[in-house]
Ligand binder design. Structure first.
Ligand SMILES: [Zn+2]
Length: 216
């Protein structure tokens, strides 16, 4: 069974949820870049302090800092049985670094799962979200509407659309993702490691498809 894997996919297609579900089912760690950065920041490690010196200036964290964090993580004992990388690698340079790193550890990446969804579907899903400014409840105008339109079921507050959920913001994020990820997808395709999974369904059938791929 394939147990060393990378999850890629656009924001809003369900990649993170699937990574969490599969990590639980397979009892292997879900290694997300976001969690890794937060851990280093919270523990004030040298890598965390270095990363913060860039983000504080509004700069991207350089590849070698992120690579070093992944190196530290993949040398921990809980990854011996497998792992799911989520949010890393982001570009072919990082992918090449990762190839060498896992090779040095005596392993290889078994598969890259690409959780896909059409841009329009993602845009509908995200722009339909409505949030309660009082209690933080999240609704969706068609998939999960409140009992009274525009009003929170729990406290009667007027629901709002967060700025992150606006059409403008999500369109921009998808554009950035598509441009950034294209060469990475091409890299793994050329290695025969990339498998597309249609993320535009309920969580369960998507999980089932991924499990089948891992068992092949
Ligand atoms: Zn509320």
């Amino acid at each position: 069974m394939k147990r060393r894997m990378i999850f890629v996919g656009p924001p809003g297609a369900g990649k993170g949820s699937q990574a969490k579900i599969l990590a639980n089912k397979l009892n292997i760690p879900h290694i997300s870049t976001g969690d890794m950065f937060r851990m280093h920041l919270k523990s004030q490690t040298p890598l965390g302090i270095l990363a913060k010196s860039y983000t504080d200036q509004g700069l991207l964290v350089p590849d070698d800092v992120t690579n070093d964090m992944v190196k530290v993580r993949l040398n921990e004992s809980d990854v011996h049985d497998g792992f799911i990388l989520d949010g890393y690698p982001r570009n072919p340079d990082q992918a090449q670094y990762l190839d060498q790193l896992v090779k040095d550890l005596g392993w290889a990446i078994d598969v890259v799962i690409n959780v896909t969804s059409e841009d329009e579907v993602i845009i509908d899903r995200i722009t339909g979200r409505r949030t309660c400014p009082v209690c933080g409840s999240i609704y969706h105008i068609t998939n999960y509407p409140p009992k009274v339109e525009g009003i929170c079921d729990k406290d009667g507050a007027t629901l709002v659309q967060r700025k992150d959920d606006s059409r403008e913001t999500i369109t921009k994020r998808l554009e950035v993702y598509n441009n950034e990820t294209f060469p990475l997808i091409a890299y793994y395709k050329s290695k025969g490691l990339l498998i597309d999974v249609d993320g535009n369904r309920d969580l369960e059938p998507v999980t089932k498809d991924i499990l089948e791929i891992l068992e092949q």
